[in-house]
Ligand binder design. Sequence first.
Ligand SMILES: [Zn+2]
Length: 386
Amino acid sequence: MARQPSSRPQATDGSLAFAEKLLSLLDTGSFTTSYKYALLIALFDATVEGTAADGAAPRSLHGRDLGRRVFELYWRQARPYSEAGPLRQSRQRDLVVKIGDLRRGLGLAEHVSLDAARATHPLAVGRLERELVATVVRYPIPLLQRFGASGTSVEDRFIYDVRWDDGISAGRIHRDDFDDRLHLVDGAGQHLIAIAGLARPVVEREWLRHVARRNPDHVDELRLEAFLFGSERVSLHAVREPLLALQNGTCFYCGGERGTWEVDHFLPWARWPDDRLDNLVVAHARCNNDKRAALAAIGHVERWWQRLLPGTRDDQQLQEASTRLAWPRRPDRTAGGARGLYLHQPAGTMLWAAPGQVEPLDPDRLRDLLQPASLAAEQRGSYGEE
Ligand SMILES: [Zn+2]
């Protein structure tokens, strides 16, 4: 078969590393509103649609165009979901609330499209669109590529570069001479196109969870998810006390003493569903919720790895608890899961260190730490499971 001499974007190792970075952005970035999810979807769409006739990816995108795409995405979402009205997407009076108010104020029926509304009410729709476009250009665009919470975040412009920051005024954004281009980093356009099919549903899923969490009275999506794919959180209760004793009564991550305790999957459940004892740690609800599906930083891995080494105090206590509670252990498999998750991450992947804090992954340190030679558990035989 002849090779096509075209520059059509193809998935490469670079695309995988890019996708991993995007996932770690979802896991560790600050998402107080849903604007960044909307922007990511708009980025995928604009890049895919901007593909040239010869297949080449676009080199730049326009901020105002992305803003208009976000407006379209939110237009549908601002319909009433129930008698209580539209779903909340943040605690503020955000763009979705404003669109919902406009729809209600103009008396628009649910099915009325943005184009139809623009045709019948050009002034009112146009005014809101200008405001929304300015908000998207001012906030999510310059802030998207930050890992970690706003105060302590680390910026890595791995998708695009822009020449403004979140201090820009709405007036300037709408001036004719304002350069609203996002310059795509080398290769980023190709990667966005190559991964769009896989990554778009992941972003939508995170967005959906974001909305479900903010509307617990209306949406039982989280319950459905837990039912279909989730870990049985209630039953994890039984291991809390023995694990807390193993951790000397402190949070596994921050070492703090008092708090609301939760059992956390050290290797995130969403990436590696492992409920066996070695993968469970006790953490503050605050630490656990902030970590979400992120991989923990190497300092945490170092402490956690002690559990998997035969003969350590942690190993002995876990073995005792495992026997007493009839709770399975398979340190060899859990160690394999850790290697699978950590050793294939590209250098620079942001790992979760503490609430709002991330640090870049150091592959050499991880490889030294997770060596099979440091773990003789493979030869230890059965742990009474299966
Ligand atoms: Zn903590």
